[in-house]
Ligand binder design. Structure first.
Ligand code: AMP
Length: 283
């Protein structure tokens, strides 16, 4: 396994792989790898000849007062995990390598970036699409794998890839959870034992939403209200949003149907966690 930090070196490796007829599979991350990331790498390993993992805590997707400085980083541990997952290349540039002096270019996806996490974190998706577009130009993958954990992010990246005619197949992967149901996230390390326990309200709310729909409830407002009560019962929970949206447009739905996704963002103390899931039975 190689670790590359230079943009031009990564581009040369990608071009050589293309010339040799290799398929490049790519998993972009911010590092501090967990089993959710590893599930993406495992799938990438199956689908590609050259498996590239990027590790880059991207400053442009963090707002003021967010956790950019504190975001957990451990490149040595990540390298060991990546090597055991069969990664061929880790691309781990510095912030100045990605955004050198004079940098002035951004990618903006309209509309679906304006709701949910986009409303709570202004500028966040502009940072995400900018860095993913740059990474696609650098790594030149045939396919890229993203988690459904960041449901809106995946929808935004699909939109960007389609609209900008980027020659990359986007693959969405299921949410990987701890045995007790908490969605894996690098940010889970911020939680105290008590907050970690209370955070199980998220997966409980998803299960309760599905139970209500299976029992015949179709009124989105009634479901959101029931789930708000369930989550707000946790003393350290502060709800950012609970919404039921169409899986493609991400527009709010009044009535639940087979395309309905429940999306949650909740603070436990200072830590903001997200989770989501389909509501329709067998979806
Ligand atoms: P991050 O390092 O948090 O930016 O995540 C990098 C990629 O891993 C994104 O495509 C995430 O959606 C995905 N990911 C993060 N957590 C999980 C999880 N629990 N299950 C599946 N994919 C995940």
């Amino acid at each position: 396994m190689e670790t590359i930090t230079s943009v031009s070196e990564m581009q040369q490796r990608a071009q050589a792989a293309h010339a040799a007829g290799q398929r490049i599979a790519f998993v972009p991350t911010m590092g501090f790898l967990h089993q959710g990331h590893l599930s993406l790498l495992k799938e990438g390993r199956k689908r590609g000849d050259l498996l590239v993992l990027s590790i880059f805590v991207n400053p442009t997707q963090f707002g003021q007062g967010e956790d950019f400085e504190d975001y957990p980083r451990d490149l040595r541990r990540d390298s060991e995990l990546a090597s055991s997952a069969g990664v061929d290349i880790i691309f781990a540039p510095t912030a100045t390598e990605m955004y050198p002096k004079g940098y002035a270019c951004y990618v903006d996806v309209e509309r679906i970036t304006e709701t949910l996490c986009g409303a709570s974190r202004p500028g966040h998706f502009r940072g995400v699409t900018t860095v993913v577009c740059k990474l696609f130009n650098i790594v030149q993958p045939h396919l890229a794998l993203f988690g459904n954990k960041d449901f809106q992010q995946l929808a935004v990246i699909r939109r960007m890839t389609l609209d900008l005619n980027l020659p990359v197949e986007i693959i969405g992967m299921p949410i990987f959870r701890e045995v007790d149901g908490l969605a894996m996230s690098s940010r889970n390390v911020y939680l105290s034992a008590e907050q970690r326990w209370q955070a199980l309200a998220l997966s409980r709310a998803l299960a309760e939403g599905r139970r209500l729909v299976a029992a015949g409830e179709r009124d989105a407002a009634a479901i959101v209200s029931a789930l708000s009560g369930l989550i707000a019962a946790e003393p350290e929970a502060r709800i950012d949003y609970i919404e039921i949206c169409h899986q493609l447009s991400l527009e709010n739905q009044a009535r639940v149907d087979a395309d309905s996704v429940l999306l949650l963002a909740v603070f436990f103390g200072k830590t903001r966690l997200i989770d989501n899931g389909f509501l329709w039975p067998d979806a």
